[in-house]
Design a protein around this ligand. Structure first.
Ligand SMILES: Nc1ncnc2c1ncn2[C@@H]1O[C@H](COP(=O)(O)OP(=O)(O)OP(=O)(O)O)[C@@H](O)[C@H]1O
Length: 358
């Protein structure tokens, strides 16, 4: 622990290490409050009317624009959206590392403004990848250190640490200082120390970025197992749709600082929309543009092979066929395509941008 304290004083710590240190410091300084808000009916995270604007005047950016949602305990919620949608600002506003302009956040029923120490006592976070461990400590010392400051006796979770190290293929590196590890390995150490730390709620920003295939698979299994067995609540942001589909009970899609969808991944995929691939020798640019402009299609896109792909609801499907007939466009192929979560996400974002006139 002496080494850990010395490390904690080092000046060049990364932002996320400081974020995490602050969260954990608040946690240990309020041990008696940790029982607050444990009633099962209280959501693990409750966000109400959160808004954050950067800058002022014509250059101002509203990164989070009146966001509200609850996260049930033991659930795994994915935060999705294109680059710049506001996911990281939202997570940082919840964690208090960015000060929101308006809105309320409660963690395990505790208001973060009224009782920040008690609220954040429940929380751990991995932001910005692999920079949130003490690089001078060994892998195992990091796990033990973060368990200790998270209020858990490290000896009582030694088995859990061994299992995580084994599953993440880090056993051989357990006694190696973290600074000697590769980037991907450092990220695995960060994940292991967050997952094995004993927090009730964890926030993970792009947790699988840079992980190899086997480690990403282990991560998915461990998150599901911890949520089911220990009631861990996870809020993660990711651009990796395989991860999101595999681990998330629920997906919150953010575009332009607002929530544009909030549902189970399966429900988003079962949406009423039809995605069709159409081939015709007569798909010139004018026809494609006319379909996008005048027919009620959610999306029309020209593929590299000359076919077009359209997304339409049932009403739009009839209108589309009528429009093609009116323009004497012969169809040589009509094929239904099963959309993936990435397709659904693109459609939702397109729709939101069209709605806002962007
Ligand atoms: N500190 C800041 N100062 C000014 N603008 C900021 C700041 N942080 C974020 N922004 C802006 O706020 C918007 C949302 O950014 P944010 O990083 O939250 O998006 P994101 O969804 O996490 O994106 P990505 O997927 O690329 O990580 C962007 O327009 C970004 O440029």
């Amino acid at each position: 622990m002496g080494t850990a304290r010395r490390c904690a004083r080092r000046r060049h710590l990364g932002v996320s290490l400081r974020v995490r240190y602050e969260l954990l410091r608040r946690a240990v300084s309020a041990p008696s409050d940790r029982v607050t808000g444990k009633e099962p009916s209280v959501p693990a995270v409750s966000v109400d009317g959160l808004r954050k604007r950067f800058g002022s005047g014509p250059d101002a950016v509203t990164a989070v624009d009146g966001v509200s949602f609850d996260v049930e305990r033991g659930s795994v919620v994915g935060l999705l959206g294109p680059n710049g949608a506001g996911k990281t600002t939202l997570i940082k506003s919840i964690l208090g590392t960015v000060l929101p302009d308006t809105g309320a956040v409660r963690i395990m029923g505790v208001d973060v403004h009224e009782a920040p120490r008690a609220a954040y006592a429940h929380v751990d976070a991995m932001l910005e990848g692999a920079r949130n461990d003490y690089w001078r400590l060994t892998v195992r010392e990091n796990l033990r250190y973060f368990a200790t400051v998270g209020g858990v006796d490290p000896d009582s979770v030694a088995d859990r640490h061994d299992r995580l190290l084994d599953r993440l293929d880090l056993t051989d590196k357990a006694d190696e200082p973290v600074r000697n590890l590769s980037r991907g390995m450092k990220q695995k150490v960060s994940l292991a120390s967050v997952l094995a730390g004993g927090a009730d709620v964890v926030f993970l920003d792009e947790p699988t970025l840079g992980l190899d295939v086997a480690s990403a698979r282990t991560f998915r299994a461990e998150v599901r197992r911890l949520a089911a067995e220990t009631g861990l609540t996870v809020l993660l942001s990711s651009h990796d749709m395989d991860v999101v589909e595999a681990v998330c009970d629920r997906v919150i899609v953010v575009a332009d600082g607002r929530i544009v969808a909030d549902d189970a991944p399966g429900a988003l995929l079962r949406d009423d929309d039809h995605r069709l691939r159409l081939a015709s020798p007569a798909f010139d640019d004018d026809t494609v543009r006319a379909l996008g402009d005048r027919v009620a299609v959610t999306r029309v896109e020209r593929l590299d092979d000359g076919r077009i792909e359209v997304t339409v609801d049932t009403e739009g499907l009839y209108a589309l066929m009528d429009a093609l007939r009116r323009r004497d466009v012969p169809l040589t192929e009509v094929r239904s395509v099963d959309p993936g979560l990435d397709d659904v996400l693109l459609d939702l974002v397109d729709e939101a941008e069209r709605g806002s006139g962007a």
